[in-house]
Design a protein around this ligand. Structure first.
Ligand code: BF8
Length: 682
């Protein structure tokens, strides 16, 4: 037995290192510094160690490695001579670096769009089961939102009475029809994904003109896989066009439908208080971390963990209670609707287990590192997989399959496993004390309400503050962590630089968690970090300068917020007219590429940090960074330095202010506070 235990620990053991990088050079997050230190003391290998011992492939980084057939991989790094003379690089089939990089890029879009959209499909299936009353565990909760979204699917919300009067239609009937039509968006072969029409009219018309309105969600993703097979689409512009269809099918389709139906099932988020970082774990409680993405699971676990019988069971095992917390986007989902604290973002998942306090880490899909299973073998932690699409071969995971028809029972089973495991907690618990208070829950509906004053909800006050220059513009800062860059530094630096220059920030995903840990999601942070204009608005309205809008599928909320800003008037007719820019300072996942591309084709200038795998194909790179603007009014960019990154966004915002003729207003605002007040009085 002891021998077996030792064997287990070996899989998680750190290989002998030449020279270790100091923890404080790997991250700006104090809890992470402590936990990297701790993992090293315990000789447990984490992603931070692997990132030192294994460097990325130089050709893959450039995007010019093709492994789409077995004659390769064909590796086409860009050299000085290729840059100076004629670029003669070709794969065996003759594929140019542009074709190869564009195909790789397209497959990333497909992977990302598939991940979001498959999540959305699961939500739509559960929604329909709830609407048809086939499951007792889920029900239609937010009827206001249901009635709001129904017309977008062509579902009538009223009926004509016998005497021609307009009557409310039965809510259950509406829900079933919405569920059926929403689900049909995936398999639809012709026509249009219906939610694409939510974009501002000029944007939708532009997409129609360019022929990129998606026909069906699955179809556009499958078509990317076909086109990128050897010998099919060998024109980078044509490939990017298909990327646009699939990305719109994600942002304005699969992701947007996921967000909407989740809101109807679980409630539209509104601002609430919580806290973030590993310090939310409690040594004397049963600690359950929910990690992954789909709220179908986490919502049930939240309910199960609140049952008195579970609390009693926990107490009978010697615990004072049950502490739920989240990692990655599941964390954001349960934070937004229930105020469940955030244990951490992507790069903290192994470290959470290293605290020794986690009784169960419950995972579903996406962004779950296989190595958590190895790290868990060094502690009592049970890693519980729950989704048939996502199992882990490493370590000793338990699989408790989660089914929407038996959801609550499954959730109770999972919570019980965690509680039963509490007495197995070993002595070596070390929880860093770091936590920060935060306010989250800014759905686009909540922003409407908060900025609209007491009597009406409207985006008009936000627009007025942008027009008068107090708010310079809007920055959407989102995305992952990436072990190839200093953990959380890019996120925090970009966001601080933006708010310092009066740019209000909308955030989701792991950026939102980073901001939460750094104390940027509180109204009080406005005074400390913002420029005077933004600080004044935040103080007047009582909102943080960085608004947490949810998980990565909830980037659709940012699209809707941008659409509402356009509708409120005074800032142009389309998203591409807005003084706004997007950013993913520490991206790493394919989902981020799909998100980036749907922002770009929605008209947003979008800057990525770390790297973009296109540098080995300069013509394709130029197409993404420069030429796309002519088509869509938005384009890609890449900047590693977070300060320069933020200033590229600010420069774009200023360019848009100038085009709108509101640049002068800001110059006046910048004179001083008294001058600004005079201006207002006039
Ligand atoms: O979907 S931001 S690391 S957790 S991919 Fe993953 Fe990236 Fe985090 Fe959520 Ni989004």
């Amino acid at each position: 037995m002891a021998e077996q235990e030792e064997k287990k620990k070996v899989v998680a053991a750190k290989p002998k290192e030449k020279k270790e990088v100091a923890p404080q050079d790997l991250t700006v997050d104090p809890a992470t510094v402590k936990m990297i230190q701790r993992s090293r003391e315990l000789n447990i290998e984490t992603v931070f160690d692997r990132a030192q011992s294994m460097k990325p492939c130089n050709i893959g980084v450039q995007g010019t490695c093709c492994k789409n057939c077995s004659q390769g991989p064909c590796r086409l790094p860009l050299t000085k001579s290729d840059m100076e003379g004629e670029d003669k690089r070709k794969g065996l089939c003759g594929a140019t670096p542009e074709t190869i990089a564009a195909r790789n890029f397209a497959r990333m879009v497909a992977g990302g769009a598939a991940a979001h959209s498959d999540h959305g499909r699961g939500v739509a299936e559960t929604f329909l089961a709830a609407a048809r009353k086939e499951t007792a565990d889920y029900r239609i909760k937010d009827t206001r939102k249901l009635l709001e979204i129904a017309p977008d699917f062509g579902v009538e919300i009223t009926v004509e009475g016998e005497n021609g009067e307009v009557l409310d239609r039965d809510i259950d009937e509406i829900a079933v029809e919405v569920g059926e039509r929403a689900l049909a968006q995936w398999g639809q072969q012709h026509g249009e994904v219906s939610t694409a029409k939510r974009a501002p009219k000029p944007r939708y018309e532009l997409w129609k003109k360019l022929g990129v309105v998606p026909r069906g969600i699955d179809r556009e993703i499958v078509e990317i896989m076909h086109r990128t097979h050897i010998g099919v689409d060998q024109h980078y512009e044509n490939l990017v066009e298909q990327c646009s269809r699939a990305a719109i099918a994600d942002g304005w389709g699969g992701s947007m439908i996921a967000t909407d139906l989740q809101d109807v099932l679980f409630g539209c988020p509104y601002p609430l208080k919580s806290s973030a970082n590993l310090g939310v774990l409690k040594e004397d409680h049963v600690n359950i971390i929910i990690h992954g993405h789909e709220p179908l699971l986490s919502e049930m676990i939240v309910q199960a963990a609140e049952l008195p019988e579970m609390l009693d069971l926990a107490k009978s095992k010697g615990a004072k209670g049950i502490q739920l917390s989240g990692i990655c986007c599941t964390a954001n989902e349960i934070l937004m609707r229930h105020g469940v604290p955030l244990a951490g973002n992507f790069l903290q998942q192994e470290l959470a287990i290293v605290t020794g306090a986690v009784d169960a880490m419950v995972v579903d899909v996406q962004c779950i590192m296989e190595n958590i299973a190895n790290v868990a073998t060094c502690f009592h932690t049970k890693v519980i997989t729950t989704n048939p699409r996502a199992r882990i071969a490493s370590g000793d995971t338990i699989h408790i399959e989660f089914d929407e028809h038996t959801a609550f029972e499954d959730a109770k089973k999972i919570v019980r496993v965690a509680i039963e495991n509490f007495p197995n907690q070993q002595k070596e618990v070390m929880i860093p004390s770091d936590t920060s208070e935060l306010i989250a829950g800014f759905s686009y509906e909540a922003i409407n309400y908060h900025l609209g004053g007491t009597f009406r909800g409207s985006y008009t006050p936000l627009n007025e503050n942008i027009i008068n220059g107090r708010i310079r513009g809007i920055g959407g800062v989102v995305g992952c962590n990436n072990a190839r860059t200093t953990f959380d530094e890019g996120h925090i630096t970009v966001v601080k630089e933006l708010i310092k220059h009066d740019v209000i920030v909308l955030t989701t995903g792991c950026n939102a968690i980073a901001c939460g840990k750094a104390g940027l999601l509180t109204p009080e942070s406005a005074k400390v970090y913002c420029g005077p204009g933004l600080a004044e608005v935040c103080e007047a309205v009582g909102i943080p300068p960085v608004l947490h809008m949810g998980s990565c599928v909830d980037n659709s909320r940012i699209l809707m917020a941008a659409t509402e800003v356009v509708k409120a008037g005074g800032l142009g007719n389309d998203i591409s007219d807005l003084p706004a820019a997007g950013s993913a300072p520490e991206w790493m996942s394919e989902k981020a590429i799909s998100i980036g591309h749907y922002f770009v084709v929605s008209g947003v200038y979008t800057v990525f940090g770390v790297t973009l795998p296109v540098s080995g194909a300069p013509v394709f790179e130029h197409y993404l960074y420069k030429e796309l603007e002519k088509l869509y009014g938005g384009m890609w960019d890449m900047e590693v330095d977070p300060i320069k990154h933020a200033h590229k966004m600010i420069a774009h915002i200023d360019k848009k202010r100038k085009a709108l003729g509101i640049d002068k207003a800001r110059e006046r605002v910048l004179m001083d506070m008294a001058a600004r007040r005079e201006l207002e009085a006039a």
